[in-house]
Design a protein. Structure first.
Length: 448
């Protein structure tokens, strides 16, 4: 049977022990109260700290969320300069109607194309690429040939006539000589004659002698005159023959052959109404006018222009990437071939705007790459490989030094960096950052 416990444990104590316990009980109660209050106060401090830290972190997270950032990566940076221009060939042959030497007025009103190679076709050296209408020229040549034959006959007739005249003149000289000899003999036999007869014989002798002497003196002059007339006729014939040969050479120039292997590029002309079109069969071409080019497609280039300030960074041999406006996806590798020494004024811009011609050689060939196409070249001015790349928006400058705001957790810290090559978008960082770092693109608010 269980024993009932005493509801008052102090009832078994002695009066002194009970009094002592009564004295100790309030002190113990006060100690427990103090510890409880201390624990409650500590819990409140911890709770306040947790709430405050949570609020600070929330504020920092909110601030960090509104600050735009970018992650830096390692890569290659190229600083380029874009120039625009038109394609052309460095090696080409211009097909031009010559100025004719045979007939002064030949071709003055223009000549008609009766045959023409198709634009964009490839031709070999010696292939016929164009033909002019030579019907009028053939008529002129036939007339000139007939005139030459007539002049040759006239020259032969003149030679025969002069030979006859010369023989007649020699016969006259001989007659004068015979008359003089006869008068001399008569004079010598005049000793038996009267003085009057002797005087008459002397007069006849003097007359015959004078006539003979005069005929002898006229002989060289007559010879010179005959030779001069013959030479004039010969020169006239020679002139006609030379004119005929020149006109014959002009006829050969009516046929145009390719002087080199290449691509046929037809020039443009202005038709009635102001429209521009390429030359075709039936069009009229004036002497001295080029109507076709044979271009070497392996020597294509981009003829561009640069401002005087831009040329300070251009050098022969710099790499370039060429694009064509007609084919956006088509690219070519190239190199700067030449940079003009003097600036020139453009007819399409203000007289005070001066540009420098820059030629970029195009490497490689493509059937779509033709002369007179608009395009652009991105010339590499500098190159940095395997560098940390940071956007220019993230860079700040202070006392000549660059720095960025590097994100560390929910905060941003100021980090000085060493910057190398820059382009219009980003810069190469030589030290101070590593790949994967996150930097602020704007200045973070105070306390972030």
């Amino acid at each position: 049977m269980p024993i009932a416990s005493d509801p008052n444990p102090d009832s078994n104590l002695s009066p002194s022990e009970a009094m002592k316990r009564e004295v100790q009980r309030p002190a113990r109660r006060r100690r427990w109260t103090a510890w409880f209050l201390l624990i409650v106060a500590a819990g409140g401090v911890v709770a306040y700290s947790l709430v405050k830290n949570r609020a600070v972190r929330a504020k920092q997270a909110a601030v960090a969320a509104v600050v735009p950032t970018a992650v830096v990566k390692q890569g290659t940076l190229e600083r380029t300069l874009r120039l625009s221009g038109q394609t052309s060939a460095r090696h080409y042959a211009s097909i031009t109607v010559t100025r004719f030497r045979g007939q002064p007025g030949m071709g003055q009103g223009g000549l008609v194309l009766t045959q023409l190679a198709q634009g964009g076709s490839m031709v070999k050296t010696g292939d016929v690429v164009a033909q002019l209408d030579d019907e009028q020229l053939r008529t002129v040549l036939d007339t000139m040939q007939a005139n030459i034959e007539q002049a040759q006959l006239s020259l032969s007739t003149l030679k025969a006539s002069q030979q006859l005249d010369w023989l007649t003149l020699e016969q006259t000289v001989r007659s004068r000589k015979a008359a003089y000899d006869q008068a001399l003999l008569d004079y010598k036999a005049g000793e038996v004659k009267t003085s009057i007869e002797q005087e008459l014989l002397k007069l006849s002798l003097d007359e015959a002698e004078a006539a003979y002497a005069q005929q002898q003196k006229a002989l060289p002059f007559k010879k010179t005159s005959l030779d001069a007339n013959l030479r004039i006729s010969e020169l006239a014939l020679k002139r006609q023959e030379l004119t005929y040969q020149r006109t014959l050479n002009d006829q050969r120039s009516y046929t145009f052959r390719a002087p080199m292997d290449g691509l046929v590029v037809l020039q443009t002309l202005e038709r009635t109404g102001g429209t521009q079109a390429q030359y075709s069969v039936g069009d009229t071409v004036n002497p001295g006018r080029s109507f076709m080019k044979i271009v070497d497609t392996s020597s294509m280039q981009l003829e561009a222009t640069a401002s005087q300030a831009e040329t300070s960074e251009l050098r022969v041999g710099q790499d370039a990437t060429i694009t064509l406006d007609a084919y956006p996806g088509l690219t070519f590798h190239g190199k700067v071939y030449s940079v003009g020494a003097l600036a020139r004024a453009s007819m399409f811009e203000s007289y005070y705007v001066r540009t420098v011609p820059v030629n970029i050689q195009i490497k490689g060939q493509d059937s779509r790459l033709l002369p007179d196409m608009s395009g652009a070249a991105d010339i590499v001015l500098g190159r940095a490989e395997n560098k940390i790349l940071v956007p220019l928006e993230a860079l700040r400058e202070e006392n000549g030094q660059y720095f960025v705001y590097l994100k560390s957790g929910l905060r941003f810290e100021k980090r000085f960096v060493q910057v190398g090559l820059k382009d219009d978008i980003q810069a190469a960082v030589l030290s101070g950052l590593k790949s994967g770092d996150e930097v602020a693109l704007t200045v973070p608010p105070a306390g972030a």
